[in-house]
Design a protein around this ligand. Structure first.
Ligand code: COA
Length: 154
């Protein structure tokens, strides 16, 4: 398995729509329309294995010092092989290049993020902008996701 992480391009749109839809149906990710994904394509990275898109993640800037990892996921058969770590490290490197020191995520996969050096933090510390997309979530009034954050050296 030689998986490469890279920035998403227009050609990846169909694969991204399919991947995110799969996770949205399972309640793991927020649904994103094709149009929304197209608009936000420059925030996405993909993991590619011999031409097949097998994973993705995105970065949403929420302020001068804060960025959120979103839409992180990989196909089932690629789990548990270090690829999630590879994608998150790629995203962190992007955040570093953008000179944003704090990387956060809202997740059910706390142990995974902790292995990567994130710590659990109270959700209340984040600005309003973090919750902007919550109107698209069925659980908006009973959110059970956990906030995790990592400070990176710039
Ligand atoms: C969460 C996800 C991205 C993790 O990716 P992955 O490739 O399976 O994880 P990795 O193999 O890179 O694991 C990295 C480390 O985290 C640990 N880890 C991963 N999942 C874990 C879990 N559920 N519980 C405990 N530890 C876990 C691994 O053991 C590994 O530790 P190590 O580096 O010390 O060996 C993947 O399982 C996934 O796509 N899940 C479905 C979508 C999802 O839940 N996304 C999260 C939305 S924020």
């Amino acid at each position: 398995m030689t998986v490469v992480c890279r920035k998403a391009t227009e050609k990846d749109l169909d694969a991204l729509v399919t991947l995110i839809q799969l996770y949205a149906e399972q309640g793991i990710m927020l649904p994103r329309s094709r149009e929304a994904l197209q608009r936000q394509l420059d925030t996405f990275i993909v993991a590619e294995d011999e031409g097949e898109i097998v994973g993705c993640g995105s970065l949403m800037k929420l302020g001068d010092d804060l960025i959120e990892i979103r839409s992180l996921g990989l196909l089932n058969k690629y789990r548990g092989k270090g690829l999630g770590r590879q994608i998150v490290e790629f995203l962190i490197e992007q955040a570093r290049q953008m000179k944003v020191p704090k990387v956060m995520a809202l997740t059910y996969q706390v142990a995974f993020f902790e292995r990567l050096g994130f710590t659990v933090v109270p959700k209340e510390i984040f600005p309003e902008k973090v919750w902007k997309d919550c109107i698209f979530c069925k659980k908006q009034h009973c959110c059970d996701e956990i906030a995790v954050m990592k400070r990176i050296d710039l």
